[in-house]
Ligand binder design. Sequence first.
Ligand SMILES: [Zn+2]
Length: 503
Amino acid sequence: MVFQIHNTLSGQKEDFQPIEEGKVRLYVCGPTVYDDAHLGHARCYITWDILYRFLQYLGYDVRYARNITDVDDKILNRAKELNEPFKDLAIRFTQGFHDDMEALNTLPPTDEPRATDHIDEMILGIEKLIEKGSAYQTEDGSVYYRTASKTDYGKLWKQPLDDLKQEARVESEAGKESPLDFALWKSTPDDDTDSWKTPWGQGRPGWHIECSAMNHKLFGAQIDIHTGGADLIFPHHENEIAQSEAWTDKTPFVKYWMHNGFVNVSGEKMSKSLGNFSTIKRVLERYDANTLRYFLLVNHYRMPVDMSDDALAGAKNRMIKIHRSFKTACQTLGIHPEVLKEYPILTKDQAPENPYLADFEKQMSDDMGTPKALAVMDEAIGALNQAIAKDADALPVIRGLFAQALSIFSHFGFNSALIFASNDENLPEETVDALRSIYKELTGQWLEADKDPAIILKEIFTLRKRAKEIKNWEQADAIRKHMSDLGIKLIDNKDGTTQWERV
Ligand SMILES: [Zn+2]
């Protein structure tokens, strides 16, 4: 079985064959750290986390670089707004990004180069480009890439150059030979403290040269896979190709280009004004990381995804069932939650005698076909449930299915620590219905959401909290009594939140 990748450069699915046998050089454009990461970032970095994991599953020795863009106009403007040194601001949001990535259970990259640590490399590259006639200096001390010098400029975006000219942001800087030319270096006043000294004056790097320089420093002239969001194809990745290929004279700079689709929120393209979905942190207040991951992977990475509470609630229900199946299996097999973390995960060598794992590999090998590969995980879990229901003493069979299901779960990057973390004890259907009726009684309307008891309980607890705030003790006590009648004990925490357990 060969891993096939849809290569943006050729527009086709191709067999993956790394430049150097057994090794993969993978570069992912990282965040520009001036704000909290949002759902677009979650999708991008979960997608490439899956690629990283799958390449390792296939046995490759992967060097995975994900950069940090820590100097950029957006960072400098934000720093000015907040009256904070831009380096401090970048460090703060880099930490926030790391926290988000950890919460999402993405593996750390092997290399995390920062743009500001690669200024010398950028200057070196720009000097080379000027020397070769691929770049020119303007009167104010800025340097531009001469797109006319690259005959195949536009090969990634694949649109006629006239259309590209329309796309190219019209920059007001004087002295550009063509609207397609882009800044490698932007001059700044001599007394500007947020800039660097260069042979052609004081200034700051353009964004595109950062990635070319970091790639060059880490990997040399050529890499296997370069990825990023589809919005980076033009101009960012097109310009990276132009710079790197002219700099080193090696073509192609990147063998396989992969791009993930957009995230739409309730039909609108991701933007910052979308309340609950605005940041990863806010989404994780309502849904666990496994739910978010499941929701994203149920869509193929190249397709756009539509984010909404309904869609996430559906994923949450599915994840609750998955967690429950693993819990039941752990109880049946006598596996303690603490031990689960170290449970041996099946590897590619074991796929021949583990049909679900083999099927997972097959689906993933088709351009990371996560929707079908997730369906395989669901089948394995279904078989596990059935085996337990049929004969809970048939331990070897149960153990075999458990190992396959849990291994696929892990290869997808789901966090097994969350299996036991969520309080979603198996409430009987009648209890869930009763909870919905209680909500109706309290508010006069049915809860729009699904039948997820965790969400209904959360809503009821909020009503109780409000009742207490306005000293409506009668209602607060009635809610506690209702819960108690249903066998649900409430535990009030000091921080104002309420937990529950079954009695
Ligand atoms: Zn980049």
